[in-house]
Design a protein around this ligand. Sequence first.
Ligand SMILES: NC(=O)c1ccc[n+]([C@@H]2O[C@H](COP(=O)([O-])OP(=O)(O)OC[C@H]3O[C@@H](n4cnc5c(N)ncnc54)[C@H](O)[C@@H]3O)[C@@H](O)[C@H]2O)c1
Length: 276
Amino acid sequence: MNSGKLAGRVAVITGAAGGLGAEAARVLASHGASIVVVDLNQNAAQQVAVELRDKGADAIAVETDVSDEDSVKAMVQIAVGEFGRIDILHNNAAILSEEQRSGDLDVVNMDVDAWDRAMAVNLRGAMLCSKHCIPEMIKLQRGSVINATSGLGTMGDLTLSAYAASKAALIMLAKSIAAQYGKQGVRANALLIGLAPAENAHATMPEKLLDIIRDNHLTPKLGTPRQIADAVAFLASDEASFVTGSVLSVDGGFCSHTPSLAGTRELFAELGSNKM
Ligand SMILES: NC(=O)c1ccc[n+]([C@@H]2O[C@H](COP(=O)([O-])OP(=O)(O)OC[C@H]3O[C@@H](n4cnc5c(N)ncnc54)[C@H](O)[C@@H]3O)[C@@H](O)[C@H]2O)c1
């Protein structure tokens, strides 16, 4: 039997068929949690569940469209039917397809369908999963909700306006949940995730753009899915029992410095001095 820090806990992880969600599933399972792998992509979700079971964890895959309330309700019923409880909800699903990103531009050029899709999946999806998982947590008088947000949810940028607005709202949703159910033992936090390329949308990002982003990190390298998943496990566990309503940045310091830092670093290198 696993005696890890999440032993006996049940985690619902949305968008867990690949990328950061799948890595969070692996890491939470390694700490002893039973995992509900929730995704629109049933084949890939099944593969993750099989991989977890092969490693000795309890896991099921549930095909779910998080933007659809009936689908979310059915998922929660299956999860509770299988494992009897829900302790952890990681609202990680987001729509990040190439088609989505090519319509989610600056406001004047926004494809309104792309705006609606971002809000439906990223934001309404998190609200619906919270709406139906939190009552299960209240029964236990404990729970942890973790919303995946991004630096783009806190700072203006040239494109991805719908994604950014949905990610900003996810911070507020976490604070609302923390305020509303904290006395019943339910914590909620937003995890501000920096660029941690997985085998997904980021694989097609131009190298030059990655260089610009890397220059603005305070760490030598960009993040890894494992570094993000370790923070999810922390927020899910009792180690974070006094952490609620917060935004935890796991972004290599990307959002914590002056916008002029990378340019100034270059200038100082040219001058051979950092005297102002
Ligand atoms: N990877 C990064 O560098 C990074 C940086 C900042 C924030 N994030 C956030 O982390 C989360 C995961 O990102 P990722 O890079 O792993 O993305 P990803 O595209 O690999 O994973 C998203 C998953 O969500 C699923 N999904 C999409 N629509 C759905 C729906 N309607 N219902 C259920 N599932 C649906 C997809 O099938 C996919 O498996 C996202 O919320 C993203 O905004 C990621």
